[in-house]
Design a protein around this ligand. Sequence first.
Ligand SMILES: *Cc1c(COP(=O)(O)O)cnc(C)c1O
Length: 464
Amino acid sequence: MDNKKERLRSLYKVDEALQDECLIFFKENLPYPLVADCVRSEIRLLRDAILNGEECPPALTNRRLFFQQVIKRIQDKSAPSLQRVINATGTALHTNLGRSPLSQTAARRVIETACSYSTLEYNVAEKRRGSRQDHVESLLCKITGAEAAFAVNNNAAATMLVLSSMTNGRPVIVSRGELVEIGGSFRIPDIMELSGAILKEVGTTNKTRLSDYADAIDPERTAALMKIHTSNYHIVGFTEDVPLRPLKELGEKFSLPVIYDIGSGLLLDLKEQGIREPTVPDAVKAGADVILFSGDKLLGGPQAGIIVGKKTYIDQMKNHPLARVVRIDKMTLSALEAVLFEYLDPTKAAEKIPVLQMLTCSPESLRKKALRLKEKLPKKTPFHIDIEPCEDCVGGGSAPNARLKGYALTLHSDSISAQQMERHFRKNNPPIISHISQDKVWLHMRTVMERDIADIAASAALLK
Ligand SMILES: *Cc1c(COP(=O)(O)O)cnc(C)c1O
């Protein structure tokens, strides 16, 4: 009992502990209540241990250890929740890992605009109010060949705005084979309903013919024909769908606009790289009146929804009340402008935009990257390290069939399970996201950035 009392008396006092010089840095740089809470929590742990009659906790008599634990707690509590991870999955547009990473150039532009006042809606040359769309519209027109363009928050928002402004509660004709669910709660039929448009489904899941659209047109009521790129699945076998050109010809006969949700926003032809996705410039050439797509899929930019097409329709969208609801933010705009600027030279874009860089990487360069990582790993390790060919994906619901030939560094051990190794990497700071197959941990090199290599090597060195 006395022993207990004595120990309780020897406990650190909160105020005293907070005066310790090893906490000065944290008190200056972090919220004081957070630091104080961490000190209090560590003291409480010790007090509980004493009251429960547990063995004397080492931190009670070891001051250094006590403060080490406080600092560890402060670091855990102050780490940002949204943080960098290392993507070693080989999936370039990993939805859960933030889709496409920005280039340093684009990110620097964001910092510049975010930390100062900007020309967001100010025309410096003419000393008058400007439009935030001015920063990207002409670039988008130049790159895609469209007459006009409008950027919003994301492609789901673009879908809402396009349908609301172009249909006014009237029917839109869509093929049953194209009623996509993108993920989460985003389903095309639901968004249509929300926009007030009436979904007029035609054809069947596997086959839709031009005559199906033609038969469904009500010249008095129909507002538009809509095509949706089935970006995240593929129907194979006995199938038929209507390409853009014939759909456009049908639309022209009845003076109906053709809306095309192309999904991924691919601006360059990547067929040679094994990515068979429709491109926006091709869709403009084929006559689509309005095309919408994401900014952070194959375009490789920030989260955004981009609408390009005929000026009359785009003008209606600009003036629609929903335009404000789905408005694009200035940080997004500066990143988008920077990324679009790279597309002015298509031959260089694939080298400058991280996602395109990753997707167009040759297997040989990935093997070399794996070698560079392997050379950094400790020579004596408890696991077998190999460099093996693997298959990578585009991801982000794009090009579901594309399998890109890549290379992975694989780790296998007789003493540590693949699950333990995977967990070790995932708990690293920054977390390293890998995957397990054939009892091995696979680190796909396609999505590992140059700066990640040292972090992976350091984490692997701690594996025991
Ligand atoms: C991804 C996708 C969307 C949704 O785009 P977000 O930018 O994620 O809102 C809509 N339509 C298609 C066809 C898509 O592939």
